[in-house]
Design a protein. Structure first.
Length: 184
């Protein structure tokens, strides 16, 4: 009988040791996965930065672009496309800022107005979208919030055309003929 009790005790202890090992493994795996999740969260705003080279904007680049750019801005080479220069600049400029999104938005609202651009609209959501126009050109600036009071912005500038304006306003062009045309 004493041997039977000892065997039961040993089995119970073995089960307890096994349960401790299993629970330890579960706790360790949860901790490791939560650390990975926190790491991903911390780097989520830097995904664009990790896949692209970040460069300072030189004086020549600022002159080529001819729109106001915050002093602390750096640009991502893989996401930036620039055609033309000066007043004929067209393309997408992707910037990283060390200041908050609200400060960047305020900079663009004041500086773009000072450069002769008219603010058309501003939309605030998870990101902030600003639309401007100037003569025959448009600019859309999307400002994203990032971790630790930093932000990023994507500036798209291009020419305005009657077709683009009419399409955005749902206006049909005057020429409503359905006849095909030929190019000679």
């Amino acid at each position: 009988m004493a041997l039977d009790l000892e065997n039961r005790y040993n089995k119970t202890m073995n089960i307890m040791v096994s349960l401790k090992k299993i629970s330890s493994l579960i706790i360790i795996s949860v901790l490791v996965s939560s650390c990975a999740s926190i790491n991903n969260l911390m780097q989520s705003g830097d995904d664009e930065a990790s896949s692209s080279e970040i460069k300072d904007i030189s004086v020549n680049k600022r002159l080529q672009i001819s729109i106001p750019i915050p002093d602390d801005a750096k640009y991502l080479t893989d996401k930036t496309i620039i055609f033309g220069e000066g007043e004929r600049f067209t393309g997408v400029l992707y910037l990283i800022h060390e200041t908050s999104a609200d400060d960047v938005v305020e900079f663009y609202r004041v500086s773009m107005r000072d450069e002769g651009w008219s603010e058309i609209s501003i939309v605030r959501s998870d990101f902030i979208l600003l639309n401007f126009d100037k003569e025959d050109r448009f600019a859309t600036i999307k400002v994203n919030r990032r971790m630790f009071e930093s932000s990023s912005s994507e500036i798209t500038i291009g020419p305005k055309t009657d077709t683009t304006i009419n399409r955005s306003l749902n206006i049909q062009p005057n020429d409503s003929s359905s006849d095909p045309f030929t190019i000679e």
